[in-house]
Design a protein around this ligand. Structure first.
Ligand code: GAP
Length: 439
């Protein structure tokens, strides 16, 4: 179905977010904490569905991937080996007049954009958050909150090979929180200091890395399309040599057309053998791999698709937002993919009449065992459809007085607004089929 709006509108999404319970400002009753956000009852379901869709596509549906859930706190030497202590920094300047701080590489002029003042010389500012392990607060007890989940995978490479007997090419993936003390966070959940990443490290034989990189780039790009992002709002951008991270030989970013411009959703990098070699060097452990087929021993190369959960969630959400003319009114609708929508089915008794109540509640109990289901019997049926459209619920099931006689209910499709009447006995099966294959 053709959409009206070319892409989402940030102001409208932010207002819908608070009103319907997608995302709230963190610690709001205390005035909020800069750039931190809490996912409300609908937001948490949407985000969980994004993570599930990723986990299914990257791990469950492949036989060359396994999962992991590594700790956030890691041995401090990890971050020396990974290069983060030395390299994970941004150039910071401070305005001599208003004392505001900026990333100098993001400034368009030599003077402060707030007050026109002069800047100090740029200095490197390391983005890692640090804290202390145990009750003694000195540098020997200092630990870092991980700035990427990837290192938890590299340090477990030998554990996974030995415990699963996986053969190269194979990969390890995980989803988890990462922390970066960003100098200029902003654009809602796009750039925050605490966020979630979904990362895979795919280990390959050196020399095969370039073709594996292109396979992963295609798979990951297609994943965003398959879950509903419009092709014209997605693009691939290869890094220039001077913007490559310290570990990367080549990188492609998947970018989304956010309301403020193109922004990165995910980077797919060829990290070579940089990380395994460095961890072998710093830990003294052997992290090479013996290839049974070629009878060679080598340090594997790594292809890394690394995406942000919060950014992907925001992009799916923004891209789904639409406003359609509906008589004299406007129908606000989120065309979220049916597997991402926070509520899958809404159960709507036509009225609050007592005769409908027990039948409707019985069907609600049945549906809840299979789908994330909401019950709504307040106000007119038209208003209730609109409330569900606005949060992207793909299917509404209506129970009316005929249901009491013919044991049938009406299913309404969010996007086309078509309705079909089917027996209650087939309801779960029909909905499961629609969720799998579409209307
Ligand atoms: N392990 C590689 C790595 O971390 P990255 O490009 O720095 O690469 C990967 O981060 C993804 O994590 C980004 O594409 C983005 O989606 C997400 N991300 C990074 N910094 C973020 C931030 N401050 N807020 C929200 N998401 C962020």
């Amino acid at each position: 179905m053709a959409r009206v709006l070319p892409h989402g509108d940030m102001e409208k999404i932010v207002s819908l977010s608070k009103r319907r319970g997608f995302i709230f400002q963190s610690s709001e009753i205390y005035g909020g904490l800069g750039s931190t956000w809490d996912y409300g009852p609908l937001g948490v379901e949407l985000k969980r569905n994004v993570k599930d869709a990723w986990w299914r596509s990257v791990i469950i549906e492949r036989d060359d991937m396994v999962g992991l859930d590594a700790a956030i706190l890691m041995h401090p030497r990890v971050w020396e080996a990974s290069g983060h202590v030395e390299n994970f920094s941004d150039p910071l300047v401070e305005c001599k007049s208003c004392n505001r701080r900026f990333r100098s590489d993001q400034l368009e002029s030599d003077n402060c954009p707030e007050c026109g003042g002069e800047f100090t010389e740029a200095r490197r500012f390391n983005l890692m958050f640090h804290t202390f392990m145990g009750p003694v607060e000195d540098t020997s007890h200092e630990v870092f909150l991980r700035p990427e989940t990837a290192q938890g995978i590299f340090v477990n490479f030998a554990n996974v090979v030995n415990s699963t007997r996986k053969k190269i090419p194979f990969g390890i993936a995980q989803i988890g929180k990462s922390f970066r003390n960003e100098i200029t966070p902003g654009n809602f959940t796009f750039r925050t200091r605490e966020f979630e990443q979904m990362e895979a490290e795919f280990f390959v034989k050196p020399g095969t890395d370039e073709s594996w990189l292109m396979k992963w780039v295609k798979d990951r790009f297609d994943w965003y399309i398959s879950y509903g992002i419009r092709q014209e709002n997605l693009r691939l951008r290869r890094h220039d040599p001077d913007e490559l991270a310290h570990y990367a030989k080549d990188t492609y970013d998947i970018e989304y057309r956010f309301p403020w411009g193109w922004g990165e959703l995910e980077g797919i990098a060829d990290r070579t053998d940089f990380d395994l070699r460095r961890h072998a060097e710093f830990s003294g452990e052997d992290l090479t791999y013996f290839d049974d087929e070629s009878k060679e021993r080598y340090t594997p190369y790594v292809i890394e698709p690394s995406g942000g959960v919060d950014r992907a969630t925001l992009a799916f959400w923004l891209d789904s937002y639409d406003e359609e003319e509906d008589g004299n009114a406007t129908r606000v609708v989120l065309h979220l993919h049916r597997k991402l929508a926070p509520v899958t089915v809404a159960l709507l008794p036509l009225s609050r009449n007592e005769r409908l109540a027990s039948t409707a509640l019985g069907i609600y109990d049945l549906l809840r065992k299979h789908f994330n289901t909401q019950f709504d019997d307040a106000q007119s049926i038209g208003r209730r459809y609109r409330r569900q459209d606005e949060i992207g619920t793909p299917y509404c099931v209506t129970v009316d007085f005929d249901t009491l006689d013919d044991q049938q209910v009406t299913i309404r499709d969010r996007d086309t607004m078509y309705q079909v009447r089917i027996p209650v006995a087939q309801l779960v099966e029909v909905l499961q089929d629609k969720i799998e294959h579409g209307w």
